[in-house]
Design a protein around this ligand. Sequence first.
Ligand code: SF4
Length: 381
Amino acid sequence: MKYVDEFRDGELAKTIAANIAREALATSGYHLMEFCGGHTHAISRYGIADLLPSNVRMIHGPGCPVCVLPIGRIDQAIRLALDHGVILCTYADTLRVPASGGLSLLKAKALGADVRMIYSTQDALKIARDNPQREVVFLAIGFETTTPPTAVAVKQAAVEGLKNFSILCDHVLTPAAMHAILAVEGLESGKTVPLDGFVGPAHVSTVIGSKPYEPFSDDYGKPVVIAGFEPLDVMQAILMLIRQVNDNRAVVENEFTRAVTRNGNLKAQQIVSEVFELRDTFEWRGLGSVPDSALKLRPEYMAFDAEHKFDVDYVSVPDNKACECGAILRGEKRPQECKIFGTVCTPDNPIGSCMVSSEGACAAHYTYGRFREIPLVMEVS
Ligand code: SF4
């Protein structure tokens, strides 16, 4: 297949759905986690869960970058914009994530903060060049997909001698979060979620390759199938996972061969490793503090580190008591199990981060109305 609409072909979808129905053993349960918010969005948008037998259950994972950002990280950005008077640049979804005191970056902007939505790191650099008298901070969030452009921007700023540019670095790492999900002691709640396999990330894997997932099959015995974000990609990956479970196999397979290789994009990895190093620990919404799960700037790029440049220490802040984002991001609950889902909390008025981005589980469920049909079956030991 060559064109995107071929990956949305209804007849082919029916064929794959029939294969899934035939091969999923009635005597087994298949608990499959799609790590990425992009897959969560595709599952909701295309009604994929409705095409699966009742014993094949998709569990939403923590792979939405906006969702996993804890409140304290947004608070830091707001303090930079309101208290330090910087021009705070970030991607659109981040603007609406609820923070402390009823604020968000968008509400801080309404209070007079200079918060700007950008489309790329190059926009942030341009703003810094155009405003040499102002400090410009880029709130850098995301998984391995968005890290290389941030690294390029920092290197570029260093070459140009842009002294008024810095980043608030909240880049996080996918394999570390998968380890946290599988390692009981890594979870804030201390609960385990039954998992029979992972639909592995698409865009992240184009950068890191398929190799970093091998410990999940080799050490944890969990099959991983890397899949693209189109509906047929996701359905084919589900079928491949079911086949592995039936055969009692656990290997890393790559459905997304049109974009992912075993070693990934070595050039991007090299640039990232030149600019960033591991943080000892980083707090994730839902997962708590996860060791070696995020990046910080290397000492030679310290001048571009907003946490170093300004007085904005990280302060951990608990989620809104009514919000179940933490349990949803751990795969323990579904959006419709939150008491305020779709009533108090909607995409127009998000109370938690999972209702903000289109990749967030709550927003995806709400937008496509899938919660109306899917029965609730929870098994958490
Ligand atoms: S519906 Fe809203 S409040 Fe509830 S878990 Fe989702 S984002 Fe949080």
